[in-house]
Ligand binder design. Structure first.
Ligand SMILES: [Zn+2]
Ligand SMILES: [Zn+2]
Length: 295
C-alpha cells in the first residue's frame, strides 16, 4: 500500500471519527473543561502576563490587577448590611427586616458580601465575568477572604465547610470558557482548613439575559432552571437522618448579587435537595433600586 492510499480521504475520515469517539469516551465534558481551565491557568496565563502585564481594573494603570489606591477605595459591605437580605446599609431594622426585605420571602438562611458593588469592585466583577480574565478569581478571592472568614464566624459555621457556586448553563460556560462563580468559589475556600467546594447544583434550563429584567421578572425567568448537581451524592446528601450528615450547612458562593433573584433560585434547590441551612456569600452586592427609593 502506497502513501497516497494511506492518506486517502476515506481513511482519514475513519481515523478522525475514531479519535472523536475515543476522546468522548476518555474525557467527559466536565473533565475537558477542567483540563482546559488548568492549561489556561498554568500555561497560557503566565505566558501572556509576560507579554501583557496586568492593568488595574479600577484605573487602568500598568501596575497590578488592582493598584493600592483602587484597593483602598473598595467599600466593605459586611458590617452594616441587612443580615436578612444583605442589602448594603446602614438601615433601620424592624423585627430583623429592612425596608427592602420587609415583604419578601427569603430562600436562604443568611447572606453576606465582601464589597458594595460600585467603583473598583464593579470593574473587577465586569472584567472577570465579561472581559475574559479568569485570573482575577485569585485576586478577588484574596480580597474577599477576610470578609468571608468573618461571615463564617457570624453564621456559626462549623468545620467541615461545604460550599458550592451558582452554576451557569453549559452553553454559556463553553462560550466563556469558564464559570466565574466556580473559579471564585474554589479560590475563596482553597486555603481554608477542612473545606470542600462541590457542584451541588446544575443549570438545566437556558434563560433570557437577566440584565434588563427586574427582580420579579428574573424570578419568573429562572423558575425551574436549576436542579441538584453531580456531587450531591459524593457529599453524602441528602442524609437519611440529620445526625448522619457531617455538614452543618451549605455556603453558596457567587461573584455578584444584584437583585438576589439568582441566588434565591439556587438556594431554593439547595435547601430542598440537601435539607441543610443555606447561606449565601458574594464578592459584591449591589444597592437595589428598591433601597434607593426608600432612602
Ligand atoms: Zn488603580
Ligand atoms: Zn433586608
Amino acid at each position: 500500500m502506497g502513501f497516497s492510499d494511506v492518506a486517502s480521504p476515506s481513511l482519514l475520515k475513519v481515523d478522525t471519527k475514531a479519535d472523536i469517539t475515543r476522546t468522548e469516551y476518555w474525557l467527559s465534558e466536565r473533565e475537558r473543561l477542567s483540563l482546559l481551565s488548568w492549561c489556561r491557568r498554568s500555561i497560557a496565563e503566565p505566558a501572556l502576563s509576560v507579554l501583557f502585564p496586568p492593568r488595574c481594573a479600577g484605573c487602568g494603570d500598568f501596575e497590578a490587577h488592582l493598584c493600592d489606591k483602587c484597593r483602598s477605595s473598595l467599600v466593605a459591605a459586611d458590617e452594616e448590611s441587612c443580615p436578612r437580605c444583605g442589602e448594603p446599609g446602614p438601615r433601620p431594622l424592624v423585627s430583623g427586616r429592612c425596608s427592602v426585605c420587609m415583604d419578601r420571602d427569603i430562600e436562604y438562611d443568611g447572606v453576606g458580601s465582601a464589597f458594595v458593588h460600585k467603583g473598583a469592585a464593579r470593574s473587577l466583577v465586569s472584567n472577570f465575568k465579561l472581559g475574559g480574565q479568569p485570573g482575577l478569581a485569585e485576586v478577588m478571592a484574596d480580597l474577599a477572604r477576610p470578609a468571608f472568614v468573618r461571615f463564617l464566624a457570624a453564621i456559626g459555621a462549623k468545620p467541615p465547610l461545604l460550599s458550592t457556586w451558582v452554576p451557569s448553563h453549559p452553553s454559556s460556560e463553553r462560550q466563556r470558557g469558564y464559570n466565574q462563580a466556580e473559579l471564585f468559589a474554589k479560590c475563596l475556600v482553597r486555603p481554608l482548613h477542612s473545606a470542600a467546594c462541590m457542584q451541588l447544583v446544575v443549570k438545566t434550563g437556558s434563560t433570557r439575559h437577566q440584565r434588563a429584567l427586574h427582580r420579579q421578572e428574573r424570578l419568573t425567568n429562572l423558575k425551574g432552571s436549576f436542579s441538584p448537581g453531580p456531587d450531591m451524592s459524593k457529599a453524602g446528601l441528602p442524609a437519611r437522618h440529620p445526625a448522619e450528615c457531617k455538614y452543618s450547612g451549605v455556603v453558596l458562593v457567587d461573584d455578584v448579587s444584584t437583585t438576589g433573584a439568582t441566588v434565591a433560585a439556587v438556594s431554593a434547590v439547595l435547601r430542598s435537595s440537601t435539607g441543610l441551612p443555606v447561606h449565601v456569600f458574594t464578592f459584591s452586592r449591589a444597592v437595589s433600586a428598591a433601597s434607593e427609593r426608600h432612602d
